[in-house]
Design a protein around this ligand. Structure first.
Ligand SMILES: Nc1ncnc2c1ncn2[C@@H]1O[C@H](COP(=O)(O)OP(=O)(O)OP(=O)(O)O)[C@@H](O)[C@H]1O
Length: 272
């Protein structure tokens, strides 16, 4: 079934000036839009992420996930629209909003001339934590990320998966209420990924909110309780995973909604 007008796409009215979404909503997005030259990367997306949810954001390559997440976390200024983290406008009051969130951004350079331990420590001190708390949490985070043995190594010399894990540790050290993670499992080995999943699940159980983008539908179906599907800058569906997948696997539903499966023809020159 291909139904981009699915009733699951939340029919949000334009936000009235001055109207603030319920502070219990972890992330509220209204009419978020971004254009790069002629390219409309995000085309007026509205979405509510309930507090305490494990929310997956899925979409094909170039769908606008990273752009939307960057605008939602105060890293990229939107052309239009508003974003609130627990009722705080991210662009009007970025300091308060950023205290409440931990962000694993895609493609943002880390201070990679620091060691892993220094980087996580620096993130904690930057967030205003005292030195003892930072030392304790840094040791805990490096341990669960299986980085203790490499804590003294420069981040520039880390593998892609190690870099992802140290960035994740840096995003979590101030115990935010909301974690916004762009592809947190990309390049991460299965044991570390399982550890990270456990940490995130416990975080959600204790009332935190996790928003992850991922291309791995099976993972999103197993791990998340809510999901939004984005394609070509538009929100195609959003709701609980069961609502969105509508009796199918999430992967089949995704392919139905997004389309674009090639028939396997072509590239005859590649066949031996
Ligand atoms: N800084 C930029 N300048 C120009 N175009 C950009 C820029 N950032 C993103 N885009 C374009 O906007 C669109 C959305 O990109 P975005 O990175 O948000 O997609 P994505 O869903 O995160 O993709 P992927 O799953 O491949 O990471 C793409 O067409 C991309 O080429």
């Amino acid at each position: 079934m291909s139904n981009p007008e699915s009733s699951l796409s939340a029919p949000f009215p334009p936000q009235q000036p001055g109207a603030v979404p319920d502070p219990d909503t972890a992330l509220a997005i209204r009419g978020l839009a971004k254009r790069f030259g002629e390219k409309i990367a995000v085309n007026g997306i509205s979405l509510d992420v309930p507090a305490g949810s494990f929310y997956g954001l899925v979409g094909p390559n170039g769908a606008g996930k990273t752009t939307a997440m960057s605008m939602a976390t105060g890293l990229l200024r939107p052309d239009h629209g508003q974003v609130w983290i627990h009722g705080t406008d991210v662009w009007a009051d970025p300091l308060t909003a950023k205290r409440r969130m931990g962000v694993l951004a895609d493609g943002v350079r880390l201070f990679d001339r620091l060691t892993g331990e220094q980087l996580v420590t620096y993130s904690g001190l930057l967030r205003g934590l005292d030195r003892d708390t930072v030392a304790e949490r840094t040791a805990d985070l490096l341990r669960v990320m299986d980085l203790t043995g490499d804590a003294g190594k420069l981040v520039v010399d880390y593998s892609a998966g190690m870099t992802k894990k140290v960035a994740l540790a840096s995003a979590m050290i101030h115990a935010p209420k909301v974690l916004v993670l762009d592809e947190p499992f990309e390049a991460v080995d299965p044991v570390s990924a399982a550890n990270i999943r456990d940490i995130l699940a416990q975080f959600v159980q204790s009332g935190g909110t996790v928003i992850v983008s991922s291309h791995v539908m099976d993972l999103v179906q197993r791990m998340c309780d809510h999901v939004a599907i984005i394609a070509q800058g538009n929100l195609l569906a959003a709701g609980t995973v069961d609502e969105v997948r509508d009796g199918q696997s999430l992967e089949d539903r995704f392919v139905d909604l997004v389309g674009g499966r090639s028939t396997g023809e072509g590239l005859s020159w590649l066949r031996t």
